[in-house]
Design a protein around this ligand. Structure first.
Ligand SMILES: [Zn+2]
Length: 264
């Protein structure tokens, strides 16, 4: 099946939902099957944009370089064009990588909590903090859905069910409530992660952004110092990987949101 796919559904502006599959590597060859399951959905409120990208070099979405790659730039172009408040990335994983994705040590290693398995290998979690902090509001719904590569019919049914819930809801709380009726334990865990993020990474990034726009930052060392100063003062609970991600999110923010006020 051809991986490239794009369709806009629904007449109204709000809310705008954006689903993107195939962000990197060959994932698009699997996620197209999931994307296609919602291509005829009747969108009663707002809009749904569905898109699947073709094969591209593999760079993790936790790697800031991804957002400077052709595929990453395409993703950000779509986010900036449609400004979704409800955003869903579709990824796929090989069985060998499953443990790495759901493991509790993912936060120490990669700065983000483990993904949460719903059923039949379908997992859910938040998007990369680098786009979540820069392009979304705190109470938006920027999530990822991971399905096994070459998905089985059962996995596609689960992902389709979730996508239908997301496509038929108007905001984060509605989505969480509906998914929570089917998967209460998983949503409880996701809400805990959300609370943690809301109290630490999110406010820390707001502070970093504010301070960065008031200060003339000349190099990476200046950014590091700025971040360490803020963390020391405000006492946010962030590990060393997350501190690095604050700086990386700041770079994405500079690159895409405030091109006229870049580093000099
Ligand atoms: Zn992926």
């Amino acid at each position: 099946m051809e991986a490239n796919f794009f369709k806009v559904m629904g007449e109204k502006e709000n809310p705008t939902r954006l689903f993107i599959g195939g962000l990197h590597g060959k994932e698009g060859l699997s996620t197209i099957h999931a994307i296609k399951t919602v291509e005829d959905t009747d969108i009663k409120e707002g809009k749904l944009v569905i898109c699947n990208l073709t094969t591209s070099p593999y760079l993790s979405t936790l790697d800031p370089l991804y957002y400077l790659s052709l595929a990453g730039m395409k993703v950000i172009e779509l986010i900036k064009k449609y400004q979704p408040t409800i955003y869903l990335e579709l990824h796929c994983y090989h069985p060998d990588n499953k443990d790495k994705l759901i493991n509790n040590n993912r936060k120490d290693l990669f700065g983000v909590p483990g993904l949460v398995e719903l059923e039949k290998g379908v997992m859910i979690g938040s998007t990369s903090p680098m786009i979540r902090s820069v392009f979304f509001n705190l109470n938006d719904f920027p999530f990822i859905l991971e399905i096994p590569c070459n998905p089985t019919t059962e996995s596609l049914e689960i992902s389709n069910n979730i996508m239908n819930i997301v496509a038929g809801s108007c905001d984060r709380s509605q989505i969480m409530e509906k998914i929570g009726r089917i998967y209460p334990r998983q949503i409880e865990l996701l809400e805990e992660y959300f609370k943690e993020f809301s109290q630490n990474f999110w406010p820390a990034f707001q502070e970093v952004k504010k301070k960065a726009s008031e200060t003339k930052l000349k190099n990476f060392q200046d950014i590091d110092e700025l971040i360490i100063g803020i963390i020391g003062k405000e006492g946010f609970n962030l590990n060393s990987v997350q501190l690095k991600q604050l700086g990386q999110a700041l770079m994405v923010w500079h690159e895409y949101s405030f091109q006229n006020h870049g580093f000099d």
